[in-house]
Design a protein around this ligand. Sequence first.
Ligand code: MTE
Ligand code: MO
Length: 197
Amino acid sequence: MSVLKTLGMPVFYVEGVPRGVTRDTYKLEVDGFVRSAPVIFSFADIEALPMATVDARLTSVSGWSLRADWQGVRFRDFEQLLRVDPKATHVHFESFGGYTTCVPLSQLRYEKVLLCYKVSGEYIEVEYGAPLRMFVPQLWGYKSIQGLARMVFTDRYRSGFWESRGYTDDAEIEPGFTMDLNTKTRRQIPGGEVTGF
Ligand SMILES: Nc1nc2c(c(=O)[nH]1)N[C@H]1C(S)=C(S)[C@@H](COP(=O)(O)O)O[C@H]1N2
Ligand SMILES: [Mo]
């Protein structure tokens, strides 16, 4: 069982947890401003790439956060496999069930950003985004799409599920409080990526 489950991370899946998607049948579609788009990756293709481990905290705007050893392929390494047109400025993400979000490439190239499939050596469960999800620790959790089905490289920002319902487009983590699920204590956060606890 992954630490997300053992530490009791709430399940954030507005479109409902997807059923029937397995690592064996998984396909990631990469479309938009990339050479020979659409490019399709299987789970085995992703898992064959060098795996990075990132000790960082996922922080939800709804007041929870959890630190773990998140594992997967660094977005910036993944991007090197694609021939991305320099016109591209953003990536629009879609889940199996239709959740969407959009993140500037400048944020995605940060070293801690992953295409994530494991936490501390365990595959993540379907309710936390299996087979593959994004992990973008420096922004509010709604940018870390779970159940990633499609990525579109684009030259414009497109509002996503939560952004079109009032959450900020830039998702910069604001000063306030977070319930730290590792220690089960309420902590003050200064704004920006939550580090140091
Ligand atoms: N597909 C999908 N991805 C999603 C969401 C969602 O509802 N559907 N919720 C987001 C929100 S608000 C948060 S805080 C994180 C939670 O990630 P976790 O399951 O690791 O806690 O997932 C994000 N990704
Ligand atoms: Mo969230």
